[in-house]
Design a protein around this ligand. Structure first.
Ligand SMILES: Nc1ncnc2c1ncn2[C@@H]1O[C@H](COP(=O)(O)OP(=O)(O)OP(=O)(O)O)[C@@H](O)[C@H]1O
Ligand SMILES: [Mg+2]
Length: 441
């Protein structure tokens, strides 16, 4: 059967190709991208088309376009996108009748396809995890401070709710420090019984106490020599050990249990906690002098719900990660993304990662839809409200938040105040007033 392709058909086909298609004009302007950009950068075509190469530079590394304009030759390159996808980009110059470049067309294939093709065994860590997904300004500021702190040896403290990325940021500091080729030792202070913690951290001399190993034991601080020690959940360290720790921080020396010979260590200490240490000080559970020392270089990672811009790129990052891990290929619908964006994420990025992993494995269809969401999130949308009642502290604030969601969603869809007014059955004056209020927030 023959079928004449119309222009629209052709457009449809290119738009839905698995490979990413990207077209520049002859002067760095993006004239076309297809829908695969969502999978590769977490962006919609409309966010990209019309922009210049220079505005988009942060989304991949390295670049190939300037060399095509210069050499006028086809060129292939391996790249990494902002959300950690490994890409293989073939850029082709397209010429006009005078032999001048008219367009540069790129066909960009991702690593996932390679893996399907050759049925590789999966590497548990296909991405470079020191690449933290970071789109929001607050998170960018955190990373900037972290980079500064990686250059100096002072102790620093990372705070934030559970699952916000404290351990990951500590590793990032280590990986960007001159100590990066030395050990990174992480100790979860809440997981080790307090009577054992002292010997774990500082070690002991042979015969230091009954039941001790006859040869003595090297403490974790010494094991990490030259590297970095992460004291996770530092709020759980018993008061008596805190004094010894302060000594290590100030003098870089300590005494193993039962020893009178001080040991000098060259380590960078990073502490992390999701508890309010100031409160622990007030109840006498944490030494104030240690707290003030830790506080000098504190980095607070805000919860995911306060940096909504990071959610969508993270969704695509985890979608790629788990698709590769389980050798499954999925797309996710815009509606599902919107619901995920509205969730409160009490478990922060860890919870988001778990939700995406579950959906990648469980979903039967190619496209992940709202009905594939965990039942509590799925039912939120049909109740028309994504607020957790327990989290509401002010009725007026909650109503305002919900009002803003409705108005902004309607504006996203309808684009003008007149159409928003019609869609929500309110007067145009009221729609304009509400838009003014929430668009500028
Ligand atoms: N910005 C990010 N980009 C990509 N992955 C992230 C990001 N932040 C956190 N993660 C991932 O989310 C998970 C939770 O992060 P992490 O363990 O660092 O949180 P945490 O704050 O230390 O949690 P806890 O308080 O429970 O110790 C990890 O798998 C981590 O790799
Ligand atoms: Mg942690």
């Amino acid at each position: 059967m023959t079928h004449d392709l119309t222009y629209d058909d052709f457009f449809d086909i290119v738009d839905n190709l698995y490979d990413e298609i990207w077209v520049y004009d002859n002067n760095y302007k993006i004239v076309y991208v297809n829908k695969a950009v969502k999978r590769h950068y977490g962006l919609n075509p409309d966010d990209i088309i019309g922009k210049t190469f220079f505005e988009m530079l942060k989304f991949w590394d390295p670049s190939v376009l300037p060399s095509i304009y210069k050499s006028k030759k086809i060129h292939a390159i391996r790249q990494y996108s902002n959300i950690g996808v490994e890409l293989f980009n073939i850029a082709t110059p397209i010429f006009d009748k005078d032999g001048e470049i008219k367009f540069v067309a790129m066909s960009v294939r991702d690593k996932l396809y390679d893996n399907i093709l050759i049925q590789n065994n999966y590497d548990e860590n296909p991405f470079d995890y020191s690449d933290i997904i970071c789109v929001s300004d607050v998170m960018k500021r955190c990373l900037k401070i972290a980079e500064k702190l990686s250059d100096i040896d002072s102790i620093c403290l990372i705070t934030g709710e559970s699952g916000t990325g404290k351990t990951m940021l500590a590793k990032y500091i280590h990986d960007h420090s001159p100590r990066k080729d030395k050990p990174f030792v992480s100790i979860n202070c809440s997981a080790i019984p307090s009577e054992l913690l002292e010997s774990e951290l500082f070690g002991y001399k042979r015969g230091a106490f009954t039941g001790a190993n006859v040869n003595g034991k090297l403490g974790l601080l010494e094991t990490a020599s030259g590297g970095t020690v992460l004291l996770d959940e530092i709020g759980e360290i018993p008061y008596t050990i805190q004094a010894k720790l302060l000594h290590v921080i100030q003098d870089k020396t300590f005494f193993p249990i039962g020893s009178t010979k001080p040991i000098k260590v060259d380590i960078k200490i990073i502490a992390a906690t999701n508890r309010d240490i100031q409160k622990l000080c007030m109840t006498g559970l944490f030494r104030e002098d240690l707290y003030y020392r830790l506080k000098v270089f504190e980095i607070y990672i805000p919860p995911l719900r306060e940096r909504q811009e990071d959610i969508e790129p993270l969704i695509f990052f985890f979608l790629n990660k788990y698709s590769q891990k389980y050798n499954l290929s999925h797309e996710i619908s815009q509606k599902t993304i919107e619901i995920l964006k509205l969730n409160t994420w009490r478990g922060n990025i860890r919870e988001l990662s778990n939700v995406i992993e579950r959906m990648v494995v469980i979903t039967e269809n190619f496209k992940i839809e709202p009905s594939d969401l965990p039942s509590d999130m799925f039912s939120y949308q049909y109740n028309g409200n994504s607020e957790d009642i327990g989290s509401i502290t002010s009725f007026d604030d909650a109503v305002e938040k919900y009002e803003s969601k409705i108005i902004l969603k309607a504006y996203e869809k309808h684009k003008t105040s007149r159409k928003v007014a019609a869609a929500l059955s309110i007067s145009q004056t009221r729609a304009t007033k509400l838009l003014k209020k929430y668009l500028n927030k």
